[in-house]
Design a protein around this ligand. Structure first.
Ligand SMILES: [Zn+2]
Length: 307
């Protein structure tokens, strides 16, 4: 497979690259869908996203161009369908995709019905994709509410991973939540080191006992924390285009993923919000290759890390 992957890269063959097994371990379900698929369904052209100075700006853009396309349960299920379709079209064999607490609202607050829909659409659209359902929660939600909902999500015996996003500085308050998820055997992740510091990455991994970090790129600013992440075998699930669009990296050629890799940290390449950034895992490999960040063999190693 390595030879096939390297050849696809060197010959700039996207169609061939799409057939090669990949993982996408950083993907938020409502925004994970294939843009063309949605455009054809909705009969609209979604503009190319500009660069955003922060998440607020991105959310405003999303509210203007994406959200109005999806109404109610039907719209939610179209997002789901488009996300599984995206994975299938891009040869993503392992998909970690997160459902955020609150999305049960599309099912009259029934998490059981939400899970039924996830199972049904996964089976209908991409049964060959290994799907790891992830629960995500926004750190701004009151902690009691998170705890209550999480218990209900855990009771489904379906979700295999936990992720947190929002305020990176809120990490210490979620220690108990993560301990509970750990007892349930879930894979532990959190968004940290995207806007925050290297120190916050280390703190989150220690306090929450994370297995993997979503982004974590700020770690590149500290040699000791890079060494620490390497020693503790903490994987960073990085989304290069997301980082460039949100001005976390000036461009691909200066993206810290190279430095993190050179310091022995296990990294993967992922999509984050496909419907906004519109770069598949395959395209992310080409982006890094064309920018001269990695050679084909290195990118193949990164591809294998995810699998
Ligand atoms: Zn993310």
């Amino acid at each position: 497979m390595k030879e096939r992957f390297c050849k696809a890269l060197e010959s700039n063959n996207l169609a061939e690259m799409r057939k090669i097994p990949k993982g996408d371990l950083h993907n938020h379900l409502p925004r994970g869908g294939n843009k063309k698929y949605i455009e054809e369904w909705a009969g609209v052209k979604i503009p190319e996203c500009p660069k955003f100075k922060d998440l607020d700006e991105m959310n405003q853009w999303n509210a203007q161009y994406i959200k109005p396309l999806f109404q109610g349960r039907l719209g939610y299920e179209k997002r789901l369908e488009a996300a599984f379709m995206q994975a299938k079209l891009d040869g993503v064999e392992l998909l970690h995709m997160s459902v955020s607490i609150g999305e049960e609202a599309f099912y009259d607050q029934s998490i059981e019905d939400l899970v039924k829909a996830l199972k049904r659409i996964h089976q209908a659209v991409a049964p060959d994709v290994t799907f790891v359902p992830e629960i995500a929660f926004l750190s701004y939600i009151p902690i009691d509410e998170i705890n209550e909902k999480l218990d209900q999500y855990f009771a489904q015996d379906y979700f295999q991973s936990l992720d947190m996003f929002g305020d990176e500085f809120a990490v210490p308050s979620f220690k108990k939540v993560y301990r509970k998820a750990k007892d349930k055997g879930l894979l532990l992740k959190a968004h940290v080191g995207e806007f925050g510091s290297a120190e916050l990455v280390k703190e989150a991994v220690e306090e929450l006992e994370l297995d993997q970090v979503q982004h974590g790129i700020a770690a590149a600013s500290s040699q000791s924390i890079m060494n620490w992440l390497c020693d503790h075998k903490i994987q960073l699930n990085i989304c290069p285009t997301s980082n460039v669009v949100l001005c976390r990296a000036a461009d691909y050629n200066v993206h810290p993923i190279r430095k993190l890799y050179d310091n022995g940290i296990r990294v993967t390449v992922n999509t984050d919000d496909m419907i906004i950034f519109d770069q598949s895992v395959s395209e992310e490999f080409f982006n890094l290759y064309h920018a001269g960040v990695f050679n084909p063999a290195e990118l193949n190693e990164i591809r294998e890390n995810a699998l």
